[in-house]
Design a protein around this ligand. Structure first.
Ligand code: AMP
Length: 623
């Protein structure tokens, strides 16, 4: 398939916000793509060359891209800059120059040069090389690759190649829409979506999934099992507010402490890491990424939002090398910092200090981590996901050898509410967050939140509402004293996976310390947007002066969840009306007396509290 054809699809996709339309266009594109192409397409559609969890980025700023455009079109950088200032978008800038339409182009003598027909594989491979290039002199190399590519392609292709290189390709859909489209590609319905999603939860690599479907159909997905090096979407817990409710729901169960640290998924392979033959090239290149050559062990750590955090936690890597007794394994636990002198575990605020990019080894000595392993998902070729909690726990205990870094989470089996409450009280006294109750026959449901795991936290018991993780969507410029901070109030929201939109729950204007306002301003600095994103559903009354990328997650405490017509979380409008608060059929959820608890740099917007959770919490207040 020619890249030019893909560029036409990009154009079509950009022109609609309707999810069904997007799904259909994508399905057409997927039908047209061949084997060996569709996987690459899935990455390119997201402006990438590898799945989201791979830390492969282009790392090109505006200046570099402007130099590449200059080198690819023969214009001086100043001339490119001038057109860019006028257009405000580098993709449109290069399109304009390449089509040699505007006056400055004609004045600069730009002519349309002979263009070559380039297929997507070729473009992908060049983009891949750009993303992969690092180290000294890599900037020049990247500019050269991009410049040469721009030279050879048509204006429309150039536009999208530049948008990809500068990470500005925003087509307004997520992995979930791509899953729908893959189903649509098969039979023009969403009938296969849930089956595709099941496979995706175990292997969230759209490249792999789409290639399997193209080649073998839906049946091929049956063979998708965990793979060392590809993170598995983590199982999540439901919440309940008493020991009695928990026992009523799942009966005799295992109780583990709820450690307040961060979740880590450990991928381990003792043999040299052999990527599957013929897989996407990023997998072949991956060979040396985290291979510990001296003793031939591959170890990768993933956070709950599937970020590769291997380099951040060398102590866990060392512990895994020493303590995992297997050829290959994928296990999970909660990492928590402790004071090496007293052995006392530290609160979350201290643990989170370990999440850093610089001075890693010093900090590791000062604040070492321990990993409380609580699950195992894969062992030596065996997929453990369908096994019961009891069986997995037994395997986990046999897989972790003695050592200081990886400990097995404490566990007690209880069958009465009284026993459960006693353990809960004890955990809270020890400064833990609460407990996790686990259903004994429960399988590991990748990516799902269900009652196989139930969290019971002290905040529920003390009648204070649990905190809510929300996303900062925009802010108003400050008035009065706040003018100094340049921020007056900020709009927060949640991600609604059904609507594929961010919906609002509150605008917060008070309750922050001066330092917190400054922090907020600082964090939003590089996230500002020119216009409100397509996937924000905001009532007219809640418009903001400045919109920001949905990237900053904040933990919010509130007194109560109420219903409000001006917030869009869970709001239902009367059909075909204007979208203002006057046409509300069911009001949305909102927070009463919201206060900022902390910034949650460890969470992704998609990990924010969901609308259905808010709905449940709303129900609990009165239940
Ligand atoms: P929450 O972040 O409040 O939704 O609670 C779920 C989180 O608790 C998981 O993602 C883990 O990071 C953490 N956690 C702490 N201890 C455990 C445990 N024993 N089992 C499972 N998850 C745990």
């Amino acid at each position: 398939m020619l890249f030019r054809r893909l560029a036409e699809y990009f154009q079509q996709l950009e022109s609609t916000t309707l999810r069904n339309k997007l799904t259909e266009i994508l399905a057409d594109l997927f039908k047209e793509a061949g084997k060996g192409e569709i996987g690459k397409l899935c990455y390119l559609l997201q402006g990438r060359v590898a799945p989201l969890y791979e830390a492969i980025e282009f790392g090109m700023g505006e200046k570099m891209v402007i130099r590449a455009i200059a080198s690819g079109t023969g214009l001086e950088t100043e001339a490119v800059l001038k057109i860019f200032k006028n257009k405000g978008d580098l993709g449109e800038t290069v399109e304009e120059i390449k089509s040699a339409k505007s006056l400055p182009c004609r004045q600069a003598g730009v002519k349309r040069k002979a263009e070559r027909k380039i297929n997507i594989k070729e473009v992908y491979e060049i983009l891949y090389k750009m993303a992969e290039a690092g180290g000294e002199g890599s900037q020049d190399g990247k500019i050269q690759y991009l410049g040469n590519l721009i030279k050879e392609v048509d204006p429309l292709s150039a536009k999208y190649i530049i948008k990809i290189a500068i990470a500005k390709l925003r087509l307004g859909f997520s992995d979930m829409t791509i899953l729908d489209s893959l189903s649509w590609m098969i039979d023009g319905t969403k009938a296969s979506r849930s089956q595709i999603e099941k496979a995706y939860n175990v292997r969230p690599d759209l490249g792999d999934i789409s290639e399997v479907i193209k080649e073998k159909g839906i049946r091929g997905l049956g063979n998708i099992t965990p793979e060392v090096g590809t993170p598995i979407l983590m199982a999540r817990a439901e919440r309940m507010t008493s020991g009695r409710d928990i026992i009523e729901k799942i009966g005799k169960c295992a109780i583990e402490p709820k450690y307040d640290g961060f979740r880590v998924q450990v991928h381990f392979s003792k043999s040299k890491f052999n990527p599957p033959a013929g897989g996407p090239i990023y997998k072949k290149k991956d060979e040396n990424l985290h291979l510990f050559k001296e003793d031939e062990r591959f170890i990768r750590l993933f956070s709950r939002n599937l970020e590769d955090v291997t380099k951040m936690y060398p102590d866990i890597v060392e512990g895994a090398k020493k303590q995992i007794k297997a050829k290959e394994a994928i296990l999970e636990g909660e990492a928590i910092a402790y004071n090496p002198k007293t052995g006392v575990y530290l609160p979350f605020q201290e643990t989170v200090q370990r999440k850093r990019k610089y001075n890693i080894s010093e900090k590791a000595k000062e604040v070492p981590l321990r990993l409380f392993a609580f699950d195992i998902l894969y062992l030596d070729g065996q997929n453990l996901l369908p096994l019961s909690y009891v069986k997995r726990r037994e395997i986990l205990e046999n897989t972790i050898g003695k050592g200081e870094t990886i400990l097995i989470a404490r566990e007690e089996i209880v069958s009465t509410p009284k026993e459960l409450e006693e353990i809960f009280e004890e955990s809270v006294k020890q400064g833990l967050e609460g407990v996790m109750a686990k259903k004994l026959e429960g399988v590991y449901r990748a990516g799902a939140r269900d009652f196989n795991w139930i969290k019971y936290k002290k905040s529920y018991a003390s009648k204070l509402a649990d905190t809510i993780d929300a996303v900062v969507m925009g802010y108003d410029l400050g008035q009065g004293k706040r003018t100094g901070f340049g921020i007056g109030g900020f709009l927060i929201g949640l991600y609604d996976p059904k609507k594929e939109k961010f919906v609002t729950v509150s605008k917060i204007g008070t309750g922050l310390t001066d330092e917190e306002w400054k922090q907020l301003k600082l964090r939003t600095k590089n996230q500002k947007l020119r216009t409100k994103p397509k996937n924000y559903e905001v009532d007219n009354m809640m418009e903001c002066d400045v919109w920001v990328e949905p990237k900053i997650v904040v933990e919010i405490r509130a007194d109560e969840i109420t219903r409000s017509p001006v917030h869009t979380a869970g709001r239902v409008m009367k059909p075909s009306k204007s979208g203002s608060a006057y046409d509300v059929e069911v009001p949305g959820f909102a927070l009463r007396f919201p206060r900022l608890e902390r910034f949650r740099g460890d969470k992704k917007p998609q990990d924010a509290t969901t609308v259905s959770e808010i709905q449940r919490m709303y129900g609990m207040q009165y239940g």
